[in-house]
Design a protein around this ligand. Structure first.
Ligand code: F6R
Length: 607
């Protein structure tokens, strides 16, 4: 995600903040900006690119301000330009703020503010908050105005705010996005993670969701979501800078697995409007989908498996056939695709060369192209007819984890949107949409069992081969789970449709070849149970992922990992999270280089 740093104290605040931003560069460096006091007023400086570029803007040296708020942007809402860089301000340039997270109800709020003559300089969701505080601050004090505005906002935020009228005060607030306070001798720091302030202080505390902190005149007051004053303890952070970037997680990969719920939340925020899916509200796309005979789709690796899952969603709900093909094959064999087809692709990086070539081929033959991408400003979204952004911040670990979950969430929403367009009856649409909103909470419950997964992984980490089985919505998850195990732990794993296994791979099964069977209680449950029995009869060790309360599977499998009950189209979010954890812990046990597995790279720009 983006990075925030703010400072008030006796040091040069501009220097402290730019140095802090440099520590947060790994989170994104599309643009950076800072607000500080100069000549008795607030001044803002922004620049595209790394914090070093921002530093270079101060050709006459860094101004000697004692207070500043600053931000590194990783573009999500709105293209990467100076106008969209933080800090953002209100109409009069009085309130300035920097924000991490996503405001769900930004569209409606922006419309209402426009009707009340507010003028916007950027296309970000963040700027809306500045205008809302501007209005409220005309009636009540700054702190009260912030509290009132935040009460009317849905979404996630870590915020730092400063006002021209009170240029010695910083307000910091958090809800669903990390924000830390640091304390020195008569000085305070605010940062989205402690690495940004470790060079100056080790005394830090993480704000809690709902907290609003007011820092002024060397004092700090924190109040909670109900507005009541709370005491939070500063503690001595013993992490080095690298550990602090991982916020205590041993690896970025683990941190990103735990960011899965937030990633799903950010990917669907603002894309369910008035109870309807609204991912790609575009008249041309609607027309194309209405008339299409099929969707042709192509991508690589994890992105390909998310498309495989998307195929199940789209065929089930929009009743539109979807062909999925490996991108490197799709373009080398000059696949058949034409003007009547919609081409769908997914790419976290937005620049995978094989995927790009597949997209170019589809476009050269006249297909209408839709891409789902995480990184803005990259080539794949820029040449697609429609680009849908994942909004999940940067993924640092080479293996995709939170990306897969976010892509799956967008594809599920798209399938329901296509169903609406094609007027196919989805009786459980309401239930799925409501359930999807609740998925992040269920995923957190699943991740809370990480110690069980860890203990189990240790028992299995000496095996050299694994079979992953799934059916229907959980077949693509089996493929993705096996891929995670391969790339993180270098253990061979292959995935099969549970029903297909008896046509060959069953011959592999013996006491040294464990099976991971994904078996939630869904419409294919009984069939998966039969497949599991075939394995047990052959003496293969068996782990099952099952629905809470399923005692029957407990009698069959050697070990069971449980997920909460949910709609069957939503179970992949829970089963995939467990499989990510399992692969991570097996890799940990085997001493692998988890964040940068051997032979792999995050962005593959060669064919
Ligand atoms: C697996 C993984 C890769 C990528 C693939 C496509 O964990 O990360 O398989 O999914 O290289 O990358 P993007 O999505 O950037 O096109």
């Amino acid at each position: 995600m983006c990075g925030i740093v703010a400072y008030v104290g006796y040091r040069n605040a501009v220097r402290v903040c730019i140095q802090g931003l440099a520590e947060l560069e790994y989170r994104g460096y599309d643009a950076s900006g800072i607000v500080f006091v100069a000549n008795g007023t607030l001044e803002v400086v922004k620049e595209l690119g790394r914090p070093e570029n921002l530093r270079k803007k101060f050709v006459d040296g860094l101004p000697n301000s004692r207070i500043a708020i600053a931000h590194n942007r990783w573009a999500t809402h709105g293209v990467n330009n100076i106008e969209n860089a933080h800090p953002h301000s209100d109409c009069e340039g009085i309130i300035f703020l920097a924000h991490n997270g996503i405001i769900e109800n930004a569209c409606g709020l922006r419309e209402n503010l426009s009707l009340r003559d507010h003028r916007f300089k950027s296309t970000t969701d963040t700027e809306i908050i500045a205008h809302l505080i501007e209005e409220s601050n005309k009636v009540v004090g700054l702190e009260e105005a912030v509290r009132t505005v935040l009460a009317g906002i849905s979404g996630s935020y870590a915020l730092v705010i400063i006002s021209k009228k009170e240029p010695e005060k910083i307000i910091a607030a958090r809800n669903g996005s990390s924000l830390w306070l640091g304390m020195g001798n008569g000085e305070f720091f605010v940062a989205s993670e402690p690495s940004a302030m470790l060079a100056f202080t080790k005394s830090a505390l993480p704000l809690v969701d709902g907290d609003i902190a007011v820092i002024e005149n060397g004092s700090l007051v924190i109040s909670d979501a109900r507005g009541e004053r709370v005491h939070r303890e500063f503690r001595n952070v013993t992490w080095n800078v690298e550990e602090a970037k991982r916020e205590g997680y041993a690896h970025y990969t683990l941190k990103e697995i735990f960011q899965g719920p937030e990633a799903v939340g950010n990917s669907i925020f603002d894309r369910i409007k008035e109870g309807r899916p609204a991912c790609a509200d575009d008249s041309k796309l609607r027309e194309k989908i209405r008339r299409a005979r099929r969707i042709v789709s192509s991508a690589c690796g994890t992105a390909l498996y998310s498309l495989e899952l998307g195929k199940y969603f789209i065929e089930q709900y929009a009743k539109l056939p979807v062909e999925v093909e490996i991108a490197s094959e799709f373009y080398t064999k000059n696949s058949i695709i034409d003007v009547g087809d919609v081409f769908l692709t997914v790419s976290q990086s937005g620049e995978t060369l094989d995927t790009l070539e597949a997209l170019r081929l589809a476009q050269s033959k006249g297909a209408f192209s839709v891409s789902i991408v995480n990184k803005m400003g990259t080539v794949i979204p820029s040449i697609s007819d429609i680009a849908i952004f994942q909004n999940i911040g940067r993924e640092v670990g080479v293996a995709s984890t939170k990306s897969f979950l976010s892509q799956a969430a967008i594809l599920l929403l798209l399938s329901l949107e296509f169903a609406k367009i094609r007027e196919t009856l989805v009786e459980d649409m309401e239930e799925i949409l409501q359930g999807l909103k609740n998925v992040p909470a269920l995923m957190r419950k699943v991740l809370a069992q990480s110690e069980n997964v860890r203990a189990l992984s240790t028992q299995y980490s000496h095996f050299h081969n694994f079979l992953y089985l799934g059916r229907k919505f959980n077949l693509p998850v089996a493929f993705e789970g096996a891929l995670k195990l391969k790339e993180l732990s270098y253990v061979h794993a292959e995935a099969y449709g549970a029903g297909e296994m008896k046509h060959g791979p069953l011959a592999l099964i013996d006491k040294d070849f464990p099976t991971m069977a994904i078996a939630p209680r869904d419409s294919v449950y009984e069939k998966v149970i039969s497949n599991i029995e075939e394995i047990k009869t052959r003496g293969g060790p068996l782990i099952a992922i099952a629905t809470e309360g399923d005692e029957r599977i407990g009698r069959l499998a050697d070990h069971v990992l449980y997920i909460p009950e949910t709609h069957e189209a939503l179970s992949p979010f829970l089963t995939a999270s467990i499989l990510q954890l399992f692969a991570y812990y097996v890799a940990l046990d085997r001493g692998c280089d988890i964040d940068t597995p051997r032979n792999l790279a995050k962005s593959i720009t060669v064919a």
